[in-house]
Write a protein of this length. Structure first.
Length: 130
């Protein structure tokens, strides 16, 4: 096992982008087996090769920057999905409206009858049924 430590010294290793690419490669491989597609059978090699290249790379700064860009995009997508999930979960207790002026999403409690909603962003007042 000492030879592996010596070999990997000064190399980048595995990060979140590499794990994601590995997952994509496995998914494409399984999909190619299900669909009996020769194109997909060859296509799964691309993300797998990228994982190996990144893992054994000695340009640690560049691999770190690539992973940071990936994490920025990934966290943005993750945040949007989590917001949508929370929105769906809260539909039982809240109603959502868009401000007619600035398009800000406004949340109001259900079952209050007609209420005046004031947009906190542009101070527009709307009368809506909750």
């Amino acid at each position: 096992m000492n030879w592996l430590k010596k070999f990997m010294a000064g190399r980048y290793g595995v990060d979140q982008l590499s794990w994601t690419l590995l997952g994509i490669s496995i998914f494409i491989s399984i999909l190619s087996n299900i669909l009996h597609s020769q194109v997909l059978a060859i296509l799964y090699i691309i993300p797998l090769g990228t994982v190996l290249y990144r893992m054994f790379s000695k340009d640690i700064a560049k691999r770190y920057q690539e992973n940071a860009k990936f994490l920025n995009k990934w966290n943005s997508i993750k945040r949007k999905v989590n917001n949508k999930i929370q929105h769906i979960k809260s539909l039982k207790h809240y109603k959502y409206y868009k401000c007619s002026n600035c398009k800000q999403t406004l949340r109001v409690p259900r079952g209050k009858g007609k209420i005046a909603i004031t947009c906190p962003k542009c101070k527009t007042v709307m009368i809506k049924k909750s």
